[in-house]
Write a protein that binds this ligand. Structure first.
Ligand SMILES: [Zn+2]
Length: 172
């Protein structure tokens, strides 16, 4: 029966106070995050000798890194496809993004390999159809060699400038 005499105004007041406190805490936390300083809760936990989560976990680092790589790779490929107007630079065949191994499949070729600084460097990459790509990479007997007409300097090294015209010489 005591429940019938609960002062609802009092409960309401207490709830408002709690909301206000939570809002203050959230604001303080966000402010501390923006300034990269520990929050009061972190300082108190540290003083009490308790462990407190301070930064990103390794998994979060890995996930973020992967996200960055994917975006860069996507941008790099889009750049090459657009610049080469969806055509094979060798045989001028119109190519598409196809999963299957058909001649019309377009592939981004790294003229100087895909390691280090050149991995996402569109200046040193070109669009080729599956057939020409296999010939250029030497997967079939009649190898094609890319002959540049222009060079580009990246970090002191000279590379084939794939933005300029290139010719393909047959090596038999
Ligand atoms: Zn081709």
């Amino acid at each position: 029966m005591r429940g019938r005499f609960v002062d609802h105004r009092f409960i309401r007041q207490r709830m408002d106070q709690k909301d206000a406190r939570m809002a203050r805490e959230t604001a303080a936390r966000q402010g501390a995050m923006a300034l990269n300083i520990p929050t009061l809760a972190e300082v108190e936990a540290d003083r009490a000798g308790k462990s407190f989560w301070k930064g990103k976990t390794r998994l979060q680092d890995v996930v973020e890194d992967r996200k960055l790589t994917t975006v860069t790779d996507k941008q790099f490929r889009a750049e090459v496809w657009t610049r080469d107007k969806n055509r094979c630079r060798c045989c001028d065949r119109k190519v598409q993004k196809i999963l299957g191994r058909v001649p019309e499949r377009g592939e981004v070729h790294h003229v100087h390999g895909r390691t280090g600084d050149l991995r996402f460097e569109s200046k040193c990459a070109m669009l080729l159809c599956l057939i020409c790509h296999e010939r250029v990479t030497g997967k079939v007997n009649d190898k094609l060699v890319i002959v540049p007409t222009k060079f580009v300097e990246i970090k002191g090294e000279k590379y084939t400038d794939a933005r300029a015209k290139v010719t393909f010489r047959e090596m038999r």
